[in-house]
Structure formats: structure tokens, C-alpha cells
Design a protein around this ligand. Structure first.
Ligand SMILES: [Zn+2]
Length: 94
């Protein structure tokens, strides 16, 4: 059941989670959040700078809360539109 490959995958998962938690702890410390938020498994599935409310309008995902695309997605869409309108001589059609 447990050969060396699965053991290695498991330990890699554990290490990745540990690193993610430490990264969030560092952010929390830099922003001077409450002490209890530095410890334990608090940041395993939550980022340091969001409030923890899944329906929050400020830090939630706009795709969910406002039913519109995220800024990153809008940028990608815009770049694709420009790509589509560009001619082979480099002129972008209006
Ligand atoms: Zn929030």
C-alpha cells in the first residue's frame, strides 16, 4: 500500500501546506494582526488579509458577489479582443 512514491507525495503535500501557512503568518505579522491569528492551523485554508466572511462584499470574489468577471479575467478578455482585431501588419482595427 505505502511505497516510497506515495510517501514522497504525502510529505510533499504536508510541506506545501506548512509553507503556505508560514507565508500567511508572515503577512499577518507584517500587518500587525491579533496574536491568536499567528498560531496553529488558522491559515491552512484562509488568507491572512481577508475577513473570513464568505459573503463579504469587500474581499469576496466579484464573480460570486457582483456576478461580474474578476479584473484579471477582464484583462485577459481585453487582450484577446485586441489580438483578434489586429491585422498582420500590426494595425489594430477600431
Ligand atoms: Zn471581508
Amino acid at each position: 500500500m505505502s511505497n516510497s512514491e506515495t510517501k514522497e507525495k504525502h510529505s510533499r503535500r504536508l510541506q506545501r501546506e506548512h509553507n503556505a501557512i508560514r507565508k500567511q503568518q508572515k503577512i499577518a505579522k507584517a500587518y500587525g494582526l491579533n496574536d491568536h491569528q499567528y498560531e496553529g492551523h488558522y491559515f491552512a485554508k484562509m488568507h491572512a488579509l481577508n475577513c473570513g466572511n464568505p459573503k463579504c462584499l469587500m474581499c469576496g470574489n466579484p464573480r460570486k458577489t457582483w456576478k461580474e468577471l474578476t479584473i484579471q479575467e477582464q484583462r485577459q478578455q481585453q487582450e484577446m479582443d485586441i489580438q483578434r482585431l489586429r491585422h498582420s501588419n500590426g494595425v489594430v482595427e477600431e
